[in-house]
Design a protein around this ligand. Structure first.
Ligand SMILES: [Zn+2]
Length: 363
């Protein structure tokens, strides 16, 4: 991968193998994103492969693709001209994760991986299983026993081996780390930075769809890869000279699990917080991998973190469906935050609807 370094010791990502973290224990990230240029967009390529030159992949590669990207950006209602939703649930497995997985799986194939593991409460696991099937890579997915039924069946439908780990999500993470320590490729959507350039294509698409940089981006924050990838995308667009400044970023967490939002308020470092119960499964992450990166970017661009409680969330979930958008509860965090912060948000506002409603059962 071009431009990937350890954030702790500065060592470049090795030219062979697929380590998910540096030998020093640090995490890898892009120091510089590939340079954004409108001329480099492959107008006739499908979906996110329009932005091939911005993905950081080195030729020759054979893209692993299921038709990801190029999702719709539509006004949230007929009367609202300055609030849009980006329908990331239109991706092949029903969530934005496919953008990152397509790039990550393409990278893993280029390094001759034929067996890989992942841990996920759902969306990332399903996405990984689908792209592994497409790539002919054997897949094992560790999930918490509590992960919702539809997501688990989706993972199994793609032919991945599903290992249900009792206890909190962190137990599934421990189980996968143990296997990774024995040399298995860990296709972690949280640790592996390769997917970030895929996520950044959300920003590039929004710029093309609006014809400009939006005023505000509202996105849920779990591990932080979604909002961070989008931020890096807009940062690349601004660096290219296309626009003067990045959008106002509004990151949203659940009151049940809000380590990044809490650190934003206290102005201290992120500390691991135990997670309470929330229907927003996607943000139940007590030790977010991209948390520090998000915080520093939000502070630098004068954005904000918001917290939503369960009553607000359930309300927002139903109201979104009333508007015709059946999104997973995690996505409804963005809608609840829109209502909570509407008076301070520069227009136009774009909400990221992360995943499909049918993936979660709400009683
Ligand atoms: Zn290092």
């Amino acid at each position: 991968m071009q431009g990937v370094y350890c954030t702790q010791c500065g060592k470049p990502y090795p030219a062979s193998g697929t380590p998910f973290q540096c030998t020093c224990g640090g995490i890898f990230d892009f120091r510089e994103f590939p340079r954004y240029s409108v001329q480099d967009v492959h107008k006739n390529a499908p979906g996110l492969w329009r932005y091939f030159n911005l993905l950081g992949l080195q030729e020759p590669v054979n893209p692993v693709s299921l038709g990801e990207g190029n999702t719709a950006l539509v006004p949230i209602s007929e009367s609202a001209e300055d609030v849009f939703v980006k329908l990331e649930y239109q991706n092949p497995t029903g969530s934005y994760k496919d953008r990152g997985t397509a790039v990550l799986m393409t990278f893993l194939k280029s390094r001759n991986v034929d067996y890989a593991v992942e841990d996920s409460s759902g969306n990332a696991g399903a996405s990984f299983a689908a792209y592994a099937a497409r790539a002919g890579v054997m897949a094992r997915v560790y999930v918490p026993e509590s992960a919702s039924g539809p997501k688990r069946s989706q993972i199994e439908a793609y032919g991945a081996e599903l290992v249900a780990v009792p206890g909190p999500r962190s137990n599934a993470a421990k189980a996968v780390l143990e296997e990774a320590s024995r040399g298995t490729a860990y296709a972690s959507h949280a640790f592996m930075p390769m997917g970030l350039t895929g996520i950044a294509t959300i920003a590039y698409e929004i710029v093309e769809q609006l014809g400009k940089i939006p005023g505000t981006i509202i996105s849920p924050v779990g591990h932080g890869g979604l909002l961070y990838g989008i931020m890096r995308g807009f940062e690349a667009v601004v660096k290219s000279g296309f626009a003067q400044q990045e959008p106002f970023y509004l990151g949203v967490q659940s009151k049940a699990c809000n380590p990044v939002a809490r650190a934003f308020v206290t102005r201290e470092r992120i500390v691991e917080l135990p997670s309470g119960e929330t229907i927003a499964e996607g943000v139940k992450v007590s030790n977010p991998v991209r948390g520090d990166a998000i915080l520093s970017h939000i502070r630098r661009t004068q954005g904000k973190m918001s917290v939503i409680d369960e009553d607000q969330l359930l309300c927002a979930y139903h109201e979104l469906a009333d508007l015709g958008f059946f999104a997973e509860p995690t996505s409804a965090l963005a809608y609840a935050a829109l209502q909570q912060e509407i008076n301070i948000l520069p227009k136009p506002v774009v909400l990221i609807l992360t995943g499909a409603g049918a993936k979660t059962r709400i009683s």
